[in-house]
Design a binder for this molecule. Structure first.
Ligand SMILES: NC(=O)C1=CN([C@@H]2O[C@H](COP(=O)(O)OP(=O)(O)OC[C@H]3O[C@@H](n4cnc5c(N)ncnc54)[C@H](O)[C@@H]3O)[C@@H](O)[C@H]2O)[C@H](O)CC1
Ligand SMILES: [K+]
Length: 480
């Protein structure tokens, strides 16, 4: 089951894999034509009632496939206002082929269509692009189509039905048969209609591999306020100072509004020294230990998400402090580096995204194999056991929450340099402040890898972690 948003992401990922939407539209139209043929005999009349979006475009293609029948295409609105390039091209192809087509600009003209006299009506007014209740003339057309007592084949969803909720906000077409594409849509199984899910050639890879489509729909609203895009706390530092600073800076580049870094007071000046953009909170002592857990909890509950781990170091007292923190924390956190080994043994109400590399996942008690697909299955099982989302870093990253497993293919061998993991943790943390864990992990892996790929184009093998920071804004800007 795919929502309209998810479908748009998959569609854009397919385009990035070399299967553009125009090609998908050709398959969609062909699939609609196949179903229409079940309802008509030679010489029967088929009327297509089409909107100006791609739902209508599918019907222009279907009409071309059904040229041998008595076909009439009715466009609601003016041809100059067809909304997409590919629908416009398929409309032009109808004209060139002299397939009968009319335009309907107001609801009174619906009566001029002899809908009741048709042998089949194709409803292609609105698909996944519908917002709110049907407006005129579509609302009148929906009532007329339903009233016509003729076989009605709906393209993708019956017009007026919201493809995300399966509900209609006002008038909606009652269809006998819905031809939907790639995967079923919410609400279709509750309709009293036959449903055909047509394979339109979207490769499975468009869902499996994280792609540019996963960045869609994340644009910032024009009127946003400080804090809307998340406030993050990085808990790190002690033996190392660069790691928490990198994570914090990466989070800022990934869109977080405010980033706090809680680190031992002994290293606070160095951490602050890396960037004036970070709000540094010194913790008593030279390492993160049990005595600062209350302080950490106070700070953590005031922000949207936490990144725990960068630069904490591998020592017993810090591990105990991380365990005590996670036992009492019930918000969202990215857990990275030395904090990871605490996760399997801790009882926490927090929602975690764990970002181990393949060595760390083994230390956590997780799987190890060189076979990517096998590893993906095992990571999924391990995520389900842990009850948290895993992002296992490697040549191909594996992201799983135990239900959905994705693979990220961006990134390059230059990323084995120190600090890139801290950047990734910061990016995922920033996203986790405003998005669901599996989306944050998948998008975080994708954009961090893309930043590394862009950096490698110019700096080659001498890639360092700070190169990724510089490239993050570009990745977010170009792929949205
Ligand atoms: N992979 C895919 O997703 C594919 C989808 N196909 C088909 O494309 C449609 C979705 O197309 P889109 O252009 O995004 O939207 P619509 O055609 O559904 O509608 C846009 C159109 O409608 C107007 N509009 C919006 N709300 C209303 C309303 N309440 N009343 C009246 N008019 C409204 C809006 O202004 C636009 O003009 C999908 O369903 C599939 O059929 C592909 O062809 C194959 C790949
Ligand atoms: K439709």
């Amino acid at each position: 089951m795919l929502t309209a948003d998810r479908m748009a992401a998959v569609d854009a990922n397919a385009a990035a894999l070399g299967v553009p939407r125009k090609q998908l539209m050709e398959s969609s139209g062909n699939a609609v034509a196949r179903v229409v043929r079940q309802y008509v005999d030679p010489d029967d009349q088929v009327i297509f009632v089409c909107g100006r979006g791609n739902n209508g475009g599918d019907a222009f293609v279907a009409a071309r496939f059904l040229d041998a029948y008595d076909v009439e295409v009715a466009l609601l609105g003016h041809p100059d206002r067809i909304g997409t390039d590919i629908a416009r091209k398929n409309w032009a192809a109808l004209q060139a082929a002299e397939i009968p087509a009319t335009t309907i600009t107001d609801s009174t003209a619906i009566d001029d269509l002899d809908l009741a006299g048709a042998d089949c009506i194709v409803d292609a007014m609105l698909g996944t692009g519908v917002t709110g209740a049907l407006r005129e003339p579509a609302a009148t057309a929906a009532r007329a189509i339903t009233a016509a007592d003729t076989a009605v084949v709906a393209v993708d969803v019956p017009s007026g039905v919201d493809a995300d909720t399966g509900e209609a906000a006002g008038d909606a077409v009652t269809a006998d048969h819905v031809v939907t594409f790639h995967d079923t849509k919410p609400g279709l199984d509750a309709l009293d209609a036959a449903v055909t899910v047509a394979d339109i050639g979207i490769p499975a890879a468009a869902e499996r591999f994280v792609g540019p489509g996963d960045l869609l729909g994340r644009e910032r609203a024009a009127e946003s306020h400080k804090g809307d895009h998340g406030e993050l706390l990085v808990i790190g530092g002690g033996p190392y100072t660069g790691a928490p600073a990198l994570a914090g800076q990466a989070a800022l580049q990934a869109g977080a509004d405010l980033v706090h870094v809680a680190c031992p007071e002994s290293v606070a000046p160095q951490v602050q020294g890396y960037s004036e953009n970070l709000i540094v909170h010194p913790l008593a002592g030279e390492l993160v230990t049990q005595s600062v857990v209350d302080d950490l909890l106070t700070q953590a509950t005031a922000v949207d998400a936490v990144v725990c781990g960068p630069g904490l170091g591998d020592n017993e007292s810090t591990r105990a402090a991380v365990g005590a923190f996670l036992e009492r924390y019930d918000g969202r956190a990215v857990v990275d580096a030395d904090a990871l080994s605490v996760v399997p043994e801790v009882d926490t109400g927090a929602t975690l995204v764990c970002t181990p590399h393949q060595g760390e996942v083994v230390k956590m008690g997780g799987p190890s194999t060189d076979d990517r697909e096998q590893l993906a299955d095992q990571v999924s099982d391990f995520a389900a056991d842990l009850g948290h989302t895993l992002l296992v870093k490697g040549a191909h990253d594996i992201i799983s929450d135990g239900e959905t497993t994705r693979i990220n293919r961006t990134g390059n061998p230059g990323m084995t340099v120190g600090g890139t993991g801290d950047v990734l943790a910061g990016v995922v943390g920033a996203l986790l402040a405003t998005e669901e864990p599996r989306a944050a992990a998948a998008v975080g892996a994708y954009v961090t890898g893309r930043a590394a790929d862009l950096a490698a184009d110019t700096v080659g093998d001498s890639l360092v972690a700070t190169d990724l920071l510089d490239r993050l804004p570009e990745v977010f800007a170009t792929d949205e």
